[in-house]
Design a protein around this ligand. Structure first.
Ligand SMILES: [Zn+2]
Length: 401
């Protein structure tokens, strides 16, 4: 095995960066593009550019690790295969893949209302046609001048850190890069979109998302989101009495009802404007659910609602249990407590208790010890005499002096 030939210049990958972006930045150090870099150094064996971000061969990752010193575990998170099973179950085209992923949960529509679908070649979140996007504010920061892997997916509308919309672009910073819009950048996202994407950012970075009821694993968050998108892709007739409310929601967020779909299609197969509409609708319907403006009938809708307030009547105090509700042990303890209380004032009760406690004992040391324990419980010593046991009637005579 030949020794690794380390590339002299190799900027470290940014956390979350896509493989193509990182290789483009390395190649720019040598005034070439990523393809030329890989070919000229015989790395990658002709791996195509889309494969680099999807599922590059393990040998390529090993080779890149040797060339740069970046651990292969870090490199494996820079492509979609590294996000299995959090973001998606598999990259293999499986007939049941769609139903497995999208029908595990229900949020707005009752379970079973959405018909099962077969979507050939479907892979969760991975668009049929990729639309590269980037955050203008991230790219203004020299420390973050790379393209993030998950910016490529119809999963985020805005940058979770900056709250501005992700914008369509081409190329890789350092290599060749242009924005695909004439609009002044950055453009702010709506509050509902920022909140949805803040949670998605939390899922990506922390591995979990804090929802009002409980914290859920990132994998659950991605599936909840994809489920809501599918619910919104269904015909409005499935929404029953909430049809008008759902139409108002679409109006309020400035998008066409059902995200502009004339018939059901999977998000991943849609053109980018319809993907954007469905994601915007998802953000706004989550906000409507949380604010109580639109109820969810699915089994997981409660996750988005605050815990119900538990009202406690301030006048209510715990009531003593009635005799009927006391257990045998509780009854004995209660009787003993009553006897002890009486013995503190009544010599006859005190002497009777001493007789009970010392029953069967005859040696003086044990009798003295047990007597002292009863004194410790607050019974006057003068009420107690084991010498007089068996003559309770004389006990009070002691106290009389
Ligand atoms: Zn940003």
């Amino acid at each position: 095995m030949r020794p690794p030939n380390r590339w002299p210049l190799h900027p470290y990958p940014i956390h979350g960066e896509a493989m193509t972006s990182w290789l483009g930045r390395i190649a720019a150090c040598y005034s070439m593009n990523a393809r030329n870099l890989l070919t000229s150094t015989a790395v990658g064996n002709g791996t195509s550019r889309p494969d680099l971000d999807l599922d590059p061969p393990k040998e390529l990752l090993t080779e890149l690790s040797l060339r740069t010193g970046v651990p292969s575990e870090t490199l494996s998170r820079m492509n979609m295969a590294g996000w299995i099973p959090w973001l998606l179950d598999t990259l293999e085209p499986e007939e049941a893949a769609f139903n497995t992923y999208v029908n595990e949960f229900s949020i707005f529509l009752k379970p079973g209302i959405r018909p099962p679908r077969i979507v050939p070649g479907w892979r969760a979140w991975i668009p049929k046609i990729p639309y590269p996007r980037a955050c203008p504010q991230c790219l203004d920061d020299p420390a973050r001048e790379g393209l993030y892997l998950l910016w490529q997916l119809p999963l985020l509308l805005s940058c979770p850190d900056h709250g501005c919309l992700l914008e369509y672009c081409a190329g890789v910073p350092g290599e060749y890069f242009v924005w695909r819009t004439e609009d002044p950048l950055p453009r702010p996202a709506s509050e509902a979109v920022r909140e949805m994407d803040r949670r998605t950012g939390q899922a990506i970075n922390d591995g979990s998302v804090a929802l009002p009821r409980r914290t859920v694993h990132a994998g659950i968050w991605f599936r909840l989101l994809r489920t809501i998108i599918d619910e919104l892709s269904c015909p409005l007739s499935l929404w029953g009495a909430r049809k008008t409310a759902i139409e108002s929601m679409w109006d309020a967020c400035g998008e066409p009802a059902r995200g502009g779909l004339a018939k059901w299609q999977a998000l991943e197969e849609l053109p980018r404007n319809k993907q954007g509409s469905l994601l915007t609708g998802t953000a706004h319907i989550i906000q409507a659910l949380q604010e109580g403006a639109l109820p969810g009938y699915g089994t997981s809708s409660d996750l988005f609602l605050p815990e119900p307030e538990r009202l406690v009547d301030p006048g209510t105090r715990p009531q003593p249990k009635t005799a009927a509700k006391l257990s045998g042990l509780e009854l004995v303890k209660e009787a003993l407590d009553r006897a002890l209380e009486d013995a503190r004032h009544n010599p006859e009760t005190a002497q009777a208790l001493l007789g009970f406690a010392t029953y069967g004992r005859t040696d003086t040391a044990t009798l003295d010890t047990l007597t002292q324990r009863m004194v410790d419980l607050g019974i006057p010593a003068e009420y107690l005499s084991h010498k007089l046991l068996g003559q309770p009637s004389t006990a009070h005579k002691i106290s009389d002096g």
